[in-house]
Design a protein around this ligand. Structure first.
Ligand SMILES: [Zn+2]
Length: 256
């Protein structure tokens, strides 16, 4: 099984999971680059999965579904036209056409009904949409800091080797912010050097892994003393715990 990043728009990745001549797509914001990819690789589309309702994640969904007549999965609690199987935490599916079992997590915060798809076992992976990014996290459009930090904690509890397929190439900007929050983090400095080299070669910095995110992503490190100190300095006051620290650095990132 192979997972391919199909670039779209400015900085989106649409994910194509392929096995043999069959493929599923996660978050098809645009149908055209997916159709080109399928054609170029001789693939048949057998399933469509969506994480949340934003247009850059579902804009190509109806066109692909009508062309390929394949099943469409998505969040139970968001209004997305074309979803046939509506999923919520604890649901399990086997992706049609692929030998790929996935379980579903509710990860509200970026949007109210956002879900993530988790593959457990020896080759673990998670498709987390706009919830966790490489070294960052999504904006809080519909949820609270409490919800988003709980959602990120859920993702951070996945096994360390879990590959994190997020939906945007924001990594270098996220690392610049992470350095401002936690300048003493040696793992972050290593990550910066590696990811800068990756981008210089024109390659995606994603997927990362849950282990790497735990070590370097400031939004997963709201109980680390240096992160707390930076958040309190930025706030100009004492903060009462990890959720307040999370809320402060999320606000700070919006204007960084
Ligand atoms: Zn989004």
């Amino acid at each position: 099984m192979q997972v391919h990043a199909v670039p779209a728009f400015q900085d989106n990745y649409l994910w194509v999971v392929a096995e043999g001549a069959r493929a599923a797509v996660v978050d098809p914001g645009d149908a055209a680059p997916i159709e080109r990819f399928l054609e170029a690789h001789g693939l048949e589309l057998t399933a469509i999965l969506a994480t949340h309702h934003h247009g850059d994640h579902v804009g190509g969904l109806l066109s692909l579904a009508s062309h390929w007549r394949c099943p469409v999965f998505g969040p139970a609690h968001e209004a997305i036209e074309g979803i046939q199987t509506r999923l919520t935490e604890g649901d399990r599916i086997t992706v049609p056409g692929l030998d790929l079992p996935l379980s579903v997590l509710d990860v509200p915060g970026h949007t109210a009904g956002h879900i993530a798809y988790v593959r457990s076992g020896p080759d673990p992976m998670v498709f987390c949409g706009d919830t966790m990014f490489a070294c960052g996290c999504g904006r809080l459009f519909e949820g609270t800091p409490e919800q988003m930090s709980a959602s990120l904690a859920k993702l951070a509890r996945l096994p360390e080797a879990t590959r994190v397929y997020c939906a945007h190439e924001y990594t270098l900007a996220n690392i610049r912010f992470a350095e401002a929050v936690e300048p003493g983090n040696a793992r972050l400095a290593e990550r910066k050097a590696r990811d800068q080299a990756t981008r210089a070669r024109g390659e995606p910095t994603v997927p990362s892994t849950v282990g790497e995110e735990r070590a370097t992503n400031p939004f997963l490190r709201c109980d680390v003393p240096e992160v707390v100190a930076s958040a309190e300095r930025h706030a100009g006051r004492k903060l009462s715990g990890p959720v307040e620290v999370f809320a402060e650095i999320r606000e700070w990132k919006n204007t960084f």
